[in-house]
Write a new protein. Structure first.
Ligand SMILES: *Cc1c(COP(=O)(O)O)cnc(C)c1O
Length: 356
């Protein structure tokens, strides 16, 4: 994950910067700025913000869901989303490299008294038999296995999509063992664009789901927790408990609505750019990228094949105006998004060729 260094390498670079660090860096579009400036607002803490309410209605419709609630960040969405399925003393099964397991300050444990337990997965896909075997017996000294959580797309697994057949199989085993299914769908629109599976079809197989507006959808702030009426009632309570109840939040929700209405259909461009980037890097050094594993907007690069350490490659390229983060062991991660063009990808590849 991001190694934040100071001073950052490449700060002196003055040409066109190709920023592949994350899709979170996407800037709001002019239409978002306009919608934010003119949004009708009220006190959402009192349930009186018409734009926030309109956003919920639009999300409910898109996801075929009863209810949804807007929260300030993806991390708060995962925390609210998982707290609303658990009680202290519960256990949540997850993938080895789950975002909430590694990068969210152990929040569900610190705040919820909930224990995560990682299973062995295949690029983010869980084996139903292993899930079944992991469910603890109902003995009074054991944690209660309550939730199985997956990530779609899976960030640390290079943007891998959770195949719909595997999700059906997971749902089945979860039902057999009384487990809730939770989806960290921060990039669910990337998953849907790649697989052709509508987001509502994913949502229908979960008891709770979150997605981010601040990544591919390019809105400045916010994520959504989606589910049943009763679940979102609990989520609203947890949001306020965590200090996430906001006032004239329509100013932010307005940009999210524009994101939903204008940014979803263009996601395949990001995926095409990622694939071109992967093919270009593979042409520089076979083995640096598993091109077949590039399903969405994330490219994982094995820098050893390029003759660099991860940190060395990040620094050499930052000095040439191409930015990305080290990520995992021996890897760097490159992420395409709406502020990276096809020309930018070619520029990045030319600059990589220079350092080989
Ligand atoms: C980015 C991300 C999050 C957290 O979102 P923030 O808005 O950065 O807090 C959660 N899960 C996954 C899979 C992510 O990629």
């Amino acid at each position: 994950m991001p190694a934040y260094t100071s001073p950052r390498p490449g700060q002196a670079f003055t040409g066109r910067v190709v920023d592949l660090r994350s899709d979170t860096i996407t800037l709001p579009t002019p239409a978002m700025r306009e919608a934010m400036a003119t949004a009708e607002v009220g006190d959402d803490f009192l349930g009186e913000d018409p734009t926030a309410t309109a956003l919920e209605a639009r999300v409910n419709e898109l996801f075929g869901a009863e209810a949804s609630v807007y929260v300030p960040s993806g991390r708060m969405a995962n925390l609210v989303g998982l707290l609303s399925l658990t009680q202290p003393g519960d256990e949540v099964l997850c993938t080895r490299n789950a975002h909430f397991f590694h990068y969210e300050g152990a929040a569900i444990s610190v705040i919820g008294g909930v224990q995560p337990r990682a299973l062995t997965d295949r690029r983010g896909v869980l084996d139903p038999a292993e899930v079944a075997a992991a469910v603890k017996a109902p003995l009074d000294y054991l944690p209660r296995t309550r939730v199985v959580a997956i990530e779609n797309t899976h960030n640390q697994e290079g943007g891998a999509v959770y195949p719909i057949d595997d999700l059906h199989a997971l749902r089945k085993v979860a039902d057999e063992h009384g487990l809730a299914v939770y989806m960290d769908g921060a990039r669910i629109f990337n998953a849907s664009a790649a697989s052709g599976v509508p987001v509502a079809e994913y949502a229908a197989l979960t008891d709770g789901l979150m997605f981010a507006f601040s990544k591919a959808l390019s809105a400045p702030v916010g994520s959504m927790v989606v589910g049943s009426e009763a679940y979102i009632e609990r989520a609203r309570r947890h949001r306020k408990l965590l200090g996430g109840g906001m006032r004239q939040v329509g100013v932010l929700a307005a940009a999210c609505l524009v994101g939903l209405n204008t940014m979803v259909d263009r996601i395949p461009e990001d995926h095409a750019h990622a694939r071109r980037l992967a093919e270009g890097i593979a042409a520089l050094a076979g083995g640096a990228v598993a091109v077949d594993e590039v399903e969405t907007n994330i490219v994982m690069v094995r820098t050893a094949a390029l003759g660099f350490t991860p940190e060395g490659f990040v620094e050499a390229m930052a000095e040439r105006g191409v930015r990305f983060f080290t990520f995992g062991t021996g890897n760097v991660r490159m992420v395409t998004h709406k502020d990276v063009s096809a020309e930018d990808i070619e520029l990045a590849l030319e600059r990589m060729a220079e350092v080989m």
